[in-house]
Design a protein around this ligand. Sequence first.
Ligand code: SF4
Ligand code: SF4
Length: 173
Amino acid sequence: MHDGILYTGVPNRQELKNAPGIPAADSIGAGGTAFIECLQTIACNPCEANCPTGAISIGAQISNRPVLDAKKCVGCGTCVSKCPGLAITVIARKRDDATTVLSLPYEYFPLPSAGDTVAAVDREGRFVCDANVLNVKPMSAHQSTSVVKIEFPEEYTFKVKSINTFHWRSNNG
Ligand code: SF4
Ligand code: SF4
């Protein structure tokens, strides 16, 4: 059976392992680190152009896949909002209370609000756990994609990739 990004739209384990924009799990910085799941060679570079620290390199050939230098990434989240492919998240860990904070791109409406509980889902949209919404930066804040910041138990750090606000909408009309 075929799997992987070309067949299912969901990257397989090997594709994720080979992606130059995905840092090692133990290299997440104090302020958070970008995880760039941009796996195909497409002509695109707003992530590189908008990163304030030069942490993302694509180079002269615009169809190169983005390479992340995790040491230069400060977790600001600018690339999350600027990526038209919604391919970037920022992961930060809060060791004290064993939780993970994930900043993710979000283009559905209505947007959730800080304090809401939403369903955290994996790459295939399957429920993983409940998550608390910490902060929402609407697209008007940066003329690009909205960014939602959520918090959830750290055991799901590399499983959660997005949210489903269906529960929130059900409870809030
Ligand atoms: S999170 Fe900020 S510093 Fe890190 S790669 Fe993205 S834009 Fe650059
Ligand atoms: S902006 Fe997004 S889609 Fe474009 S190269 Fe960067 S990560 Fe890939």
